[in-house]
Design a protein around this ligand. Structure first.
Ligand code: UDX
Ligand code: UDX
Ligand code: ADP
Length: 478
């Protein structure tokens, strides 16, 4: 019979650890869940009315169990000592220097968290790898734990990748397609997996909780993200063909998606994918393939990221050429800075790259996003590799507190994030039109706008995956 988990600790109160363990606590009232972080400000925010991350539904979940069986703390040692099961949910950024720079994951945080568990644990623990990590990380964690454990203490390692998407985290956690738990194929390993299955069975059907070996579980996380990103790069590659031929990418993707073997989801052409996972996980997969001496496999996956970069560049080139080949001194309004709607997260957001290119053309850029903090935008635009001249940046970039303020006096509006408030039904585009320079251009990088309606107002409209504004009339294809 396997151990019944009574106390859980989560190392790392970020986008993954926070929402995941909050839902675990909400659905397992008898289990005590303590989420710890080295970052005291972040923990203070989790304990306040103003949570450090924005997710629809998260406030309600946290409020329902915080102080009851859900706790946020900086006392890492105490939480480790008390817990039967520990989620490791720390950051794993892409390495910026040294071996594998630009591709491999920096496992420094995972390793230091693992060493810390070994150092302070006074009894047996189940250690669960929750961060997205390269294949075989669990093996390294096990090695570190065993080499540093006090005599008589036993550690079991599980891999339990998280598939939630930001903006829908709570819905995804409440009703996941599946939960994946990888363990060693030993009696102890299977028993540890069974303990974790019980936790998820608090609200998820047992047949949706899948157990595999450790390596399958680790690889599945990278594979799932790589295949999702690949679908986006595939439709984005087709969007380039659509723009050049007169096909409409939404029509193509709808018709393709009706084939049940293809399916309708994740085929929305866009200015490019962003987020903390897709690029990082693919680069991880590329690095893994290269380390395994599989260069053809590496090249295949790398192309998915290259297509994404090309899509961003292509979109900017279209803006430049429509605006008579010069952006110098023109005002461009960027609507949306988050990498997708319903999140304040900007990691790898295509808007960052767009702003960089637009600035290089000496445009003045006004940015508006309903959820991204102004300080975050400045931080993103001053990252190394984006800009090094702050004074010049401040002259070229302004941050607006409404879409209208951003669009005032603009030559072009560029939709970068698909926020609902930018839709025709929500934003008064007549008002926007009146306050813009003429000709007034709109570039829709998310395919959320009603082109015909905007054109009837007087806008010149350019949509991803649809032919250039005057293409149809000049070719007389209607
Ligand atoms: C294909 C398309 O499925 C069909 O819609 C189109 O009209 C014509 O091309 P077909 O080539 O007849 O049909 O067979 P299909 O079942 O698609 O298989 C094509 C090849 O892919 C076969 O060699 C098959 O063995 C292989 N395949 C298919 C795989 O290797 N793995 C799979 O998961 C599916
Ligand atoms: C992704 C995976 O979906 C999730 O399962 C995994 O756990 C973490 O990585 P996330 O990055 O939060 O989640 O958001 P997702 O909805 O996947 O979107 C990623 C990017 O792709 C966004 O920039 C989004 O706008 C873009 N996207 C998505 C498209 O451009 N087109 C689509 O059809 C879907
Ligand atoms: P993710 O998107 O994967 O959740 P985040 O960067 O949002 O990543 O969160 C990771 C969190 O892990 C950060 O808040 C960081 O301070 C925390 N962290 C890193 N190392 C440790 C550690 N050894 N113990 C506890 N927390 C840690």
């Amino acid at each position: 019979p396997h151990k019944k988990v009574e106390k859980i600790c989560c190392l790392g109160a970020g986008y993954v650890g926070g929402p995941t363990c909050a839902v675990i606590a909400a659905r397992n009232p008898h289990v005590q869940v303590t989420i710890v972080d080295l970052n005291a400000l972040r923990i203070a925010a989790w304990n306040s009315d103003d949570l450090p991350i924005y997710e629809p539904g998260l406030d309600e979940v946290v409020k329902s169990c915080r102080g009851r069986n859900l706790f946020f703390s900086t006392d890492v040692d105490k939480a480790i000592i008390e817990a039967d099961l520990i989620f490791v949910s720390v950051n794993t950024p892409t390495k910026t220097q040294g071996m594998g720079a630009g591709f491999a994951a920096d496992l420094g945080y995972v390793e230091s968290a693992t060493r810390h568990i070994a150092k302070v644990a006074q009894g047996d623990k189940i250690v669960v790898e929750k961060s997205t990590v390269p294949c075989r990380t669990a093996q390294s964690m096990r090695f570190i734990l065993e080499a540093n454990a006090r005599p008589g203490i036993h550690f079991d390692i599980l891999s339990n990748p998280e598939f939630l998407a930001e903006g829908t985290a709570i819905a995804d956690l409440m009703n996941p397609d599946r939960v994946l738990i990888g363990s060693l194929n030993t009696e102890a390993g299977r028993s540890a997996a069974a303990s974790l299955v019980d936790i998820y069975a608090g609200w998820i059907k047992r047949e949706q909780i899948i157990t595999t070996n450790l390596w399958s579980s680790e690889l599945t996380k990278l594979a799932a993200n790589a295949m999702l990103a690949q679908r986006i790069s595939s439709i984005n590659a087709l969007s380039a063909i659509c723009e050049a031929t007169g096909a409409d990418v939404d029509e193509v993707s709808y018709a393709c998606g009706l084939d049940t073997r293809i399916g309708p989801k994740f085929l929305k052409a866009s200015v490019g994918f962003g987020g903390s996972c897709f690029q990082k996980d693919i680069l991880n997969l590329v690095y893994l393939s290269e380390s395994l001496h599989l260069p053809e496999v590496a090249a295949y996956w790398k192309q998915v990221v290259e297509m994404n970069e090309y899509q961003k560049k292509r979109f900017v080139n279209r803006i430049i050429s429509c605006l008579f080949n010069t952006l110098t001194g023109k005002k461009i309004a960027i609507l949306g800075f988050a990498f997708k709607k319903d999140t304040g997260d900007t990691r790898e957001s295509p808007a960052i790259t767009l702003c960089k290119y637009l600035r290089a053309e000496r445009a003045n850029v006004a940015i508006y996003d309903p959820k991204v903090a102004e300080s975050q935008i400045w931080m993103d635009l001053t990252e190394p590799g984006i800009t090094d001249d702050l004074a010049k940046l401040q002259k070229q970039i302004s941050i607006a507190d409404s879409a209208y303020a951003a669009c005032k006096g603009a030559d072009a509006v560029v939709v970068c994030t698909e926020w609902d408030e930018f839709r025709n039904t929500r934003l008064d585009y007549r008002k926007v039109y009146e306050m813009m320079n003429k000709p007034a251009f709109i570039f829709d990088g998310r395919l959320i706008l009603d082109q015909k309606e905007l054109e009837s107002i007087g806008f010149h409209v350019e949509m991803i995956g649809r032919p250039r504004g005057n293409f149809e009339t000049s070719m007389q294809w209607e």
